[in-house]
Design a protein around this ligand. Sequence first.
Ligand SMILES: Nc1ncnc2c1ncn2[C@@H]1O[C@H](COP(=O)(O)OP(=O)(O)O)[C@@H](O)[C@H]1O
Ligand SMILES: [Mg+2]
Length: 314
Amino acid sequence: MATNVESLTKETLELLRPFAAKRSVDVAIETAAKELAGPVDAGQLQQVISNLVMNAIQATAAGGHVKLRWYERRAEPPPDVGGAEGTYLCLDVADDGEGIRPENLPRVFEPFFTTKEPGKGTGLGLSTVYGIVSQHRGAVFVQSVPKHGSRFEVWLPATAAHARSPGPVARASALPLKRPQDAVILLVEDDTHVRALTRKVLEREGYQVCEATHGPEALRVWSARAGQIDLLLTDMVMPGGMNGIALASELRKQRANLPVVFMSGYSPEVAGRELSESERRHLIEKPASPRAILQAVQNALAAPSMSMTALDAR
Ligand SMILES: Nc1ncnc2c1ncn2[C@@H]1O[C@H](COP(=O)(O)OP(=O)(O)O)[C@@H](O)[C@H]1O
Ligand SMILES: [Mg+2]
C-alpha cells in the first residue's frame, strides 16, 4: 500500500499555515518524488513533518523561508546507517533562520533538550521525530550554520522489501550529511585544462564528478541529474552569459542550502567583493593546489553557507 507523501505533506502544512502567516514566514514545498511504497504510519509521518516545520518556523524571523523537499535517492545509504542497498525517500526541511549553535547540535535529538523559554518548548519534538523515523528503519540528520539556517534530512526506506530488510539501523546524527566520498560534484569551468585537472583531483579522492563548461550547460546537467548533485564547484567568470554567482543563485532557488565552492582567477580580495561573508569562506584562488581544492570542498560539504538570504538579497 503506497503512501502519497505529497498530499500528506500538504494536509499537514494546511494546519501550520496560520502559524506561519502570523509570523510572516513563507513555507514552500517541492516534490521530486512522492510515492512511499514501504509501510508507514500516516499519522506518525505527519507528526514528523509538523514537528520539523514547526521548529523551522519558530527559528525563522519575519520574511524568512522554510522549504520542504521530497526526493528519492537510490542505493546510497546514509552514513552510519549500515549497508542497506535500496531506494530511500528523503525529506529535507530547510530554513534560513537562526540556526543551531555548534555546541547544541549534537544534543537536539535528546528528549527534553530545548533552548526555548519555559512554556514555549518541551524539547520533545525532535526526539519524537527520531523515534518515529527509527521505527520506520530510516535515519535523520541535521546540518546547521548559526545565523544562516538549518536543514533536517529524513531518510525513509522507499520500498516494502527494503523497509523490512535487516540492513538499516536508525540513527540520528549531527554529522555532515554524507561522507565526502559519496558526494556528487558539479564542476563548472570553461578552461579545458583546469577542468580536467580539477576533475582528476576530485575523482582520485573518490568524489563523483559531472562537468559543464558554463552556466547554462550546468543548469541542464543539474536538471538531468535531478536531486543528485551535492555540491557546486564553479569558476566565477565564465562565457555563456552567466557567471558563477548567478549560477549558484539560480541553483539555490531549487536547493537553498546547496554547498558551493567558487574558484577565481582574481585575488580573493577582488573576487570576494561580490560574495557574502559566508560565501567567502568557500572561495579559492586559481590556480588552486589539489589540497586547497579538496579542503574547500570538504569544508563546504561540512558547513554549507546557507545563504538564501545573502544571495537573494542581492
Ligand atoms: N529548525 C531549527 N532551527 C534552529 N534550532 C532548532 C531547529 N529545530 C530544532 N532546533 C533546536 O533544537 C531544540 C529541540 O527541538 P525540539 O525537540 O523540537 O524541542 P522544542 O521545539 O520544544 O524546543 C530546540 O529548542 C532548538 O534549540
Ligand atoms: Mg519543537
